[in-house]
Design a protein around this ligand. Structure first.
Ligand SMILES: NC(=O)c1ccc[n+]([C@@H]2O[C@H](COP(=O)([O-])OP(=O)(O)OC[C@H]3O[C@@H](n4cnc5c(N)ncnc54)[C@H](O)[C@@H]3O)[C@@H](O)[C@H]2O)c1
Length: 317
């Protein structure tokens, strides 16, 4: 098997995880990186011995030496970048949220259908061993029929700044940034149902920016379960870790992590999860199959977000 030649687009916080994941995988090779600003790009390249760098990501689109890209840029760039690479036949792993708008996600799914390349979305919690173990218990019927769930996508006493709070670049606030982890993890644990009903309250409570930092969603799923999803930044108390999900079934109750406040030094978001995610891309490409979660999975998450924002914008009645 020839190694999958991977390029990175973006050189911010998340990219070290992707760089290490590519370097660790025997079936992948890290060949290039692109970012609009050179200092962080050069630093990333030095840390991971990336042989080629460019400040123009478009230069990689038709590069015959690149088979796949990992996109980790501000959310509004995900759709134009992913579509350009898919149109050139490259495989794409795009960070969550898949796009900053539902229309962007639709365009990406359409581009993937036309492409020789596969589209995968970085809903990384599906690759955490504790989430997978709970999914296996649900699949085995241990909890009976799942009636309701509660899940969390919240940062306590912290929130991001910069482009994350710029509506043009981010497309939304904590719901799009953190809520998507809770929505996708819930959906995965339930066996990937479709949303049939979404009702939400979304607000800006903790900071002075034009995006949301507090939301509560009620999602009704095609399988019959109902989910309460909480998203936020800066909350004073953590009710559950990022992507933590509680399941209430007819036959029992289970929770991914029984830790409402992590002990000092606890690392929630670790390298093996990102490495397993990258491995899915490499293995799916080698096998000629759709990597999961794919564009359609990422699109469902954005549909829930889009319907939540629309629901919250309607006058209460
Ligand atoms: N899966 C996860 O757990 C996880 C965690 C963190 C971030 N993410 C996602 O990864 C993506 C990147 O997040 P991050 O934390 O690395 O952000 P970051 O701010 O650390 O990095 C952003 C990158 O984009 C570049 N950039 C910033 N503004 C730009 C602009 N206007 N035009 C072009 N490039 C620009 C920056 O130079 C940097 O390389 C986001 O979509 C985020 O949601 C996912």
């Amino acid at each position: 098997m020839t190694a999958l030649r991977v390029a990175l687009v973006g050189s911010g916080w998340i990219m070290d995880f992707h760089a290490r994941a590519v370097r660790e995988h025997p079936g992948a090779e890290l060949v290039a990186a692109a970012n609009w600003r050179e200092p962080s790009l050069r630093a990333l390249a030095e840390r991971h011995a990336i042989p080629r760098v460019t400040t123009d990501w478009r230069g990689l689109v038709t590069d015959p030496e690149v088979d796949a890209v990992v996109i980790g840029t501000p959310n509004a760039l995900h759709a134009p970048q992913a579509i350009a690479f898919l149109e050139a036949g490259k495989h794409v792993l795009v960070e969550k949220p898949m796009a900053s708008t539902l229309a962007g996600a639709d365009a990406m799914v359409a581009a993937a259908r036309r492409s020789r390349g596969w589209l995968m979305v970085g809903h990384c919690w599906r690759f955490h061993p504790d989430v997978r173990a709970l999914r296996a218990r649900v699949e085995a019927g241990e909890l009976g029929e799942i009636v309701k769930t509660r899940s969390y996508g919240v940062h306590a006493r912290w929130g991001p700044s910069g482009w994350f709070t710029d509506p043009e670049l981010a497309g939304g606030g904590a719901l799009l940034d953190m809520g998507v982890h809770a929505i996708d993890t819930t959906r995965y644990l339930l066996g990937d149902p479709a949303p049939v009903r979404v009702c939400a309250a979304v607000g800006t409570r903790y900071g002075s920016y034009a995006v949301d930092d507090d939301a509560v969603l009620l999602v009704g799923w095609s399988g019959g379960a109902n989910s309460v999803v909480e998203s936020g930044w800066w909350q004073p108390h953590l009710a559950g870790l990022e992507a933590d999900t509680e399941l209430y079934g007819t036959g029992g109750y289970a929770r991914v992590w029984d830790l409402t406040e992590p002990p000092p030094g606890y690392q929630h978001c670790t390298q093996p999860m990102y490495s397993a995610q990258l491995a899915e891309l490499v293995e799916a490409v080698a096998a000629g199959r759709q990597p999961r979660p794919g564009g359609e999975d990422g699109r469902v998450v954005l549909e829930v977000v889009d319907r939540a924002y629309a629901s919250a914008a309607r006058p209460a009645g």
